[in-house]
Write a new protein. Structure first.
Length: 151
């Protein structure tokens, strides 16, 4: 059994916002023109290109929020958040948490650390609950397998 998750609602919102930011910067860039009293241009072509470049950078920054992923199987769990990621074996995971009012699920580790699962967001409601249940089932299966003595 394996589990794979990524945020759905946040991904849609981020894609739309990235497009809107890029479009606004492009429209503003094309509208940048004008002259002073002496007839010399206030905004050059390079200024317009720079504005579009800023729009691209802004859109890419927003699209970073589409990066979170969780992949888990019987060997462990791989977590990729907006910044950073983890590849953890089930042996270090104490529990899979989804606290009331929390924006996303988290892993509680045996060393009392906590790892956010930004891919499992409360905004995704049913999908998030199903993912947490599947992760808990994988953790329980690992514990059951680990407790069986080998002959």
């Amino acid at each position: 059994m394996s589990v794979s998750a990524r945020p759905r609602k946040a991904t849609r919102v981020a894609r739309v916002l990235a497009f809107v930011v890029f479009a606004i910067f492009t429209v503003v860039a094309t509208a940048l023109h004008g002259t002073t009293d002496s007839g010399k241009g206030v905004f050059q072509t390079s200024d317009q290109i720079a504005m579009i470049g800023l729009g691209v950078l802004g859109a890419l920054g927003i699209l970073a929020f589409t990066r979170p992923r969780v992949r888990a199987d019987e060997r462990g769990i791989r977590v990729r958040n907006v910044v950073g990621g983890y590849d953890l074996p089930w042996e270090v995971v104490r529990s899979v948490q989804f606290r009331k009012g929390a924006p996303w699920a988290s892993l509680e580790l045996h060393d009392d650390d906590e790892v956010a699962l930004m891919a499992v967001q409360a905004a995704d409601k049913g999908q998030a609950v199903a993912t947490v249940r599947a992760l808990r089932a994988l953790l329980a299966a690992h514990r059951a397998q680990a407790s069986v003595p080998e002959n």
